[in-house]
Design a protein around this ligand. Structure first.
Ligand code: BMA
Length: 309
């Protein structure tokens, strides 16, 4: 079995398209997911026909058939603290559950560039913003599901050299507001993710370490290719990579991943784990939402490459 065969796609992908949204929009993609009170909850990025995005909720009993809310959930804020930074939209959410609280990180997009916002919900009804936790040109931010050595931990992706060779970084915080001890975790290497990297899904705690899926971008003569790899981080010292995948583990190959508003993109933002299986939800070609499954054990096994310093 090659590492690109680890994930098995749901036979009737895509599971969500704009036709499932009860109001006018251009596309749905890049959705975060979790389970809350036995329901699957998806926080979906909806791109409006204006070109701006907001987040809306979709709910399901089986993780496959989702019903989308009749109106948007998280829209750009009008509060002076946020308005200039969310003016162009809200994109690419990730969910991290800590206790009974769901933390949602999202890309706030505005005239000064993309940055990361974070807010909380307990019921997927109300949503309270906590802060904008990165400066601009920093996105793909995920929060660890517990404090490590007394500190919150996040992974993110500052743009790097004008967006070229952008790396995944790690930072720590006592309160989710003030962040520091930032350092590079993983940098692009020649190969499938040679141009830039970014974290895809929030860290999953396993006996062997924190399992994190990330995307690798390769610039080609006909545009960017977005593919997915995985890395395993030390439980106590998450800035240490135990191993990562030498090959991608998910890549555009199906028609719905190859053709759309942005072709050749698979972009996961969340998963649900059931009986040792990762149900991975991903945006395809920036146009629809798909599902693929893989045994967590197989993904862990594929994280065998050692980092050379
Ligand atoms: C990234 C983000 C994602 C998008 C991807 C492919 O930079 O903007 O939202 O899915 O590009 O277009």
């Amino acid at each position: 079995m090659g590492s690109h065969d680890i994930f098995v796609r749901y036979a009737h992908n895509p599971i969500l398209t704009r036709d499932d949204v009860p109001y006018q929009c251009n596309t749905v993609f890049n959705a975060a997911v979790c389970k809350c009170k036995e329901q699957y909850i998806m926080v979906v990025r909806v791109e409006e026909t204006s070109g701006k995005s907001h987040l809306t909720l979709a709910r399901s009993q089986d993780g496959i058939n989702f019903t989308v809310d009749r109106k948007p959930w998280i829209i750009p804020s009008q509060e002076p603290e946020y308005e200039p930074y969310e003016r162009f939209g809200i994109e690419d959410p990730r969910i991290t559950q800590i206790g009974d609280t769901y933390y949602i990180t999202y890309v706030a997009f505005g005239p000064y560039g993309p940055r990361t916002g974070i807010g909380v919900t307990k019921d997927f009804v109300s949503f309270k913003r906590l802060c904008l936790m990165t400066e601009s040109d920093n996105k793909d931010c995920v929060l660890f599901p517990e404090k490590i050595n007394g500190l919150y931990v996040r992974l993110d992706r500052p743009a790097g050299l004008s967006g070229k060779r952008a790396c995944i970084w790690i930072s720590y915080s006592p309160d989710l507001i003030f962040w520091g001890r930032s350092k590079v975790l993983l940098a692009p290497e020649p190969g499938w993710g040679s141009s830039k990297l970014g974290v895809s899904t929030p860290p999953l705690k396993t006996e062997r370490g924190w399992l994190v899926l990330y995307h690798g971008v390769r610039e080609t003569a006909s545009g960017r290719l977005y593919r997915v790899g995985a890395m395993l981080l030390d439980l106590e010292r998450p800035e240490e990579i135990i191993g990562y995948t030498s090959d991608f583990i998910l890549a555009p190959s199906e028609y719905y991943e190859r053709v759309g508003d942005v072709p050749n993109v698979v972009f996961p933002c969340g998963f649900v784990i059931e009986d040792g299986i990762m149900k991975l939800y991903y945006g395809a070609a920036d146009t629809c939402i798909c599902l693929a499954e893989a045994p967590v054990e197989q993904i862990l096994k594929a994280c065998s490459k050692k980092q050379c310093h």
